[in-house]
Structures are given as C-alpha cells and as structure tokens.
Design a protein around this ligand. Sequence first.
Ligand code: MN
Length: 296
Amino acid sequence: MPASRACSSHQLVSMATRRASKRGTERSTSAKRGATAKRGVKAAKGGAKTAQSGAKAAKKRPSSAKRSSSTRRPGSTGGSRSGKPSSSSNRAQASRSAPLAEYNRKRDFTRTAEPAGKVPKRVGRALHFVIQKHAASHLHYDFRLELDGVMKSWAVPKGPSLDPSVRRLAMEVEDHPISYNTFEGTIPAGEYGGGTVMLWDRGTYEAEDGGGVEALRRGYEKGDLKFVLHGERLRGSWVLVRMQRPGRPQWLLIKHRDDEADARRDITGEETTSVVTDRSMDEIASGRRVWHSNRS
Ligand code: MN
C-alpha cells in the first residue's frame, strides 16, 4: 500500500525536525542560522520585488529551472481542477491531477472520524484558514489555507510565532478537504496521523497585496506566499517562503512586522485550548470521540 511506500507526513515531521534542529534552521538568534533557509528567503525576496509580474520573476530566479523537475511549475496552477493526466510518475504531481487522492489513499474512513476528501462544487468567496494542534507521534500544528477547493497544508512542528525574527519550519503535506476545517477529536492509534486534533485557530485570509486568489496561486507556485490572516488568535500579515531543498517542499512561516506582531508573546504557550470548544488536548482526548465503525 502507498502508506508504507510513501513517507507519511508525520514521519516527515519528526525527520525534518531532527534535521532542522541539527542545522539550527529555527534558531533565530544563531549567527549560523539556516544558511539554506536564508538563501531560500533571499531568493524569495528577490522574487517579491517583481511580484507584480510573477512570470517574469519566476524566469529570473535561477531556482526555477531546478524546480521544473519537481511539482512547482508555474502555469500548472489550475491543475487541481483540470484533472489532466500526467506523464510523470511523480507522486505529488499525481495527487495534483486528482485532488485529495493522496489524502484519501492514506486514510481508512471506516476507522477514522476524519472526513473523506471531496472537492466541493461551490466555494464561497471568503477563503478560510484553520490551524489544528495535532498530538500525533510528534506534536505539531497543521496550518491550512483554502485554495482552489482544497486546504493547502503544512505541518509546523513548533507552531506559529508572533515574533517577526522567528522563522518556523513548515513542511508541506498533502492537501486536505475543506470539510476538515471543523474536525476536532481523536484519530485512532495505529491509523494515519493517530492522535488528538484540536481546532487551535480559524478564520478567513486573503492575499496581502489585495490581488485576490490569483495572487495567492501565484505566491504558492513561486514559493513566496504573502497573506493576511483574520483569525481569532492569529491576525495580520504573514509569509510562507519555500526553501530550496530537494524532496518534499519545506517552507518557513514568518510573521511580518505589523501591529499584530509581538516578539514578547508566546502565542502557542498562551493559547492551549480549542478555539471552538474551549477544551484542552486532554479533554478532547478523553471525549470518547474515537470511532471504530467496523472493528470485529
Ligand atoms: Mn497533522
């Protein structure tokens, strides 16, 4: 089964976290801090200057040639809807041509209460985001942004920081269905992502430059996604910057400097309950929402 062949996103969290801590990617004060990460940010910043002409910027970036061998091709943005078959056997590309296929493949919906992945025909104008605190084998925060009928998803081991000098590793994982935005509960042990899931924040978001969904698509493809969150706990301007590394895309989640930035606050330390039900992780875990529909 693909589950064993594919490296699960939760394994990725632990693997990449180990790598990141070795390299010191997330230590904002360290002088050696993520040389690779810095390059990624720099490259993205260079691109940002010409953000008005996304295609031009992409051409200029030396990395775009390398990227073309992976899944991040500019111009393939609409792929999630087109269903166009791909000649490549690249797994991520395959999942792109069939929205949520990877999400569905990894889960047994007779065993988990998570929703099956479907792309709704109609999506409201306001784009939503959700952050789920997930106590899987390694605690992380799943950061999800709605785009083209799915939730683009990143696993952020340390969660978001309001300090603009802090760069939080964000590992891109498979797209999730929009219906996942209301999921809070427990994924049974042994199932993919087994553990407790808390709705940590939610709200709407938009492109920072006011360019709407086109700007968001362009930003995602370029690996320089600037957006404004209108959540209950997270607000203001943020950026996700893709790093130039082989393998599954790793990004950095960074708070931009604005009125919502605050280097003194520890938002994940302060906010430890569900933004929807006000429950703690323990209370969610003991909520008996584990669902075994067909256990014999
Ligand atoms: Mn997760």
